[in-house]
Design a protein around this ligand. Structure first.
Ligand code: TMP
Length: 215
């Protein structure tokens, strides 16, 4: 059977990834595309347990390398248990975040280095990078202002603006390095505009893939 497509959504906190990816997923299924929706960290029972440990605001003493390894561990479990079986079944897998989040947040935000994070993640995912990444671009200050009203802020949300600015600069590097699989959208557009723009892009990308005009 033909492999499905692995599509990830990336961007800083407050970029609207979860809202837009959910709406795009719903529209895909409404139009009879066979798709599943998932997220990271998490996406399977064990991976969600790891998520709880990583994001628990009371885990203030967590070492940055422990954090990076936990994200990679959660990703491995999610990939093996959920993503790969669905791709093998020919489904479109839409994931809210994947490896690029680790490269930006742990690699640059936590200053561990993109190469070291790439290496531990390659051990975890054995080269299964996304086929397409939808990147929602927004200035970190604006992104954080959008999520400021949230009652519950996880351990990462509570980080300084400085940290989020480093994450943003990490994302800029990654966007350039993996241009071949990145589609970049202005996250200041309205929810309706962005949903339309991203949905249309994905439909066109799939059509080009099916007619073999995309590498
Ligand atoms: P979420 O808010 O998109 O659910 O993600 C939870 C937080 O985890 C968010 O601040 C981004 C962060 N994160 C990383 O630092 N590294 C990763 O690999 C992933 C997937 C998320």
């Amino acid at each position: 059977m033909k492999q499905g497509y692995f599509i990830t959504f990336e961007g800083p906190d407050g970029s609207g990834k979860t809202t837009i990816s959910t709406k795009v997923y719903e529209r895909l299924t409404k139009h009879d595309y066979r798709a599943i929706y998932t997220r990271e960290p998490g996406g399977s029972r064990i991976a969600e347990k790891i998520r709880d440990i990583i994001l628990d605001p009371s885990n203030t003493e967590m070492d940055v390398k422990t954090e990076a390894l936990l994200y990679a561990a959660s990703r491995r479990q999610h990939l093996v248990e959920r993503i790969l079986p669905h791709l093998a079944n020919g489904d479109i897998v839409i994931s809210d975040r994947f490896i690029d989040s680790s490269l930006a947040y742990q690699g640059v935000g936590r200053s561990i280095g993109i190469e070291a994070i790439w290496d531990i993640n390659m051990f975890a995912i054995e080269g299964r990078v996304p086929d397409l990444t939808i990147f929602l671009d927004i200035d970190p200050e604006l992104g954080l202002a959008r999520i400021n009203h949230r009652q519950f802020k996880d351990r990462l949300d509570q980080e300084s603006l400085d940290f989020h600015q480093r994450v943003f600069s990490g994302y800029q590097l990654i966007k350039n390095q993996y241009q071949h699989r990145m589609a970049i959208f202005d996250a200041t557009h309205t929810i309706e505009e962005l949903t339309n723009e991203v949905y249309d892009y994905i439909i066109d990308w799939i059509a080009r893939r099916e007619s073999n005009t995309v590498d």
